[in-house]
Design a protein around this ligand. Structure first.
Ligand code: 5GP
Length: 118
């Protein structure tokens, strides 16, 4: 799949609508269309990176910035005290659906333990 074909590229370009929580020069944070918890936000860089296997010396700062903004949002919407989870899916064993790097910020309820599907 090419950059142009991914939904997130179209959202970044403004060609497909999304519920935007935050954006700046480097990234966009939107509500997930199929939320898995009361808070489910996706943090997506504005430059195309297929997934975390493509993090390198040049773009590693952007990767850190995505986490920084996710945590800033968690604080702003006040889920930081109760807690939240940040998820990154890479390739098929993790069920990555959209091949455009993104992290999930989940919260607003007790999310249980992470490894409950052994
Ligand atoms: P992945 O499995 O690739 O880590 O997660 C992709 C996420 O993107 C899923 O949680 C899915 O619900 C979400 N998603 C897929 N299509 C759209 C869309 O068009 N708009 C929004 N806001 N989220 C989407």
């Amino acid at each position: 799949m090419t950059e142009e074909q991914t939904i997130f590229h179209k959202i970044i370009q403004g060609k497909i609508k999304a519920d935007i929580i935050y954006q700046d020069k480097y990234l966009m944070a939107i509500k997930d269309i199929n939320p898995q918890s009361p808070v489910h936000i996706l943090i997506i860089p504005k430059t195309y990176i297929p997934n975390s296997n493509y993090i390198n010396k040049t773009n590693k700062k952007l990767f850190g910035y995505m986490f920084y903004i996710a945590i800033k949002i968690a604080k702003k919407i006040k889920i930081d005290k109760d807690g939240y989870r940040i998820i990154l899916n890479c390739n098929k064993n993790a069920g990555q659906e959209i091949f455009y790097l993104h992290i999930h910020l989940l919260g607003g309820k007790n999310l249980g333990t992470l490894l409950n599907n052994k």
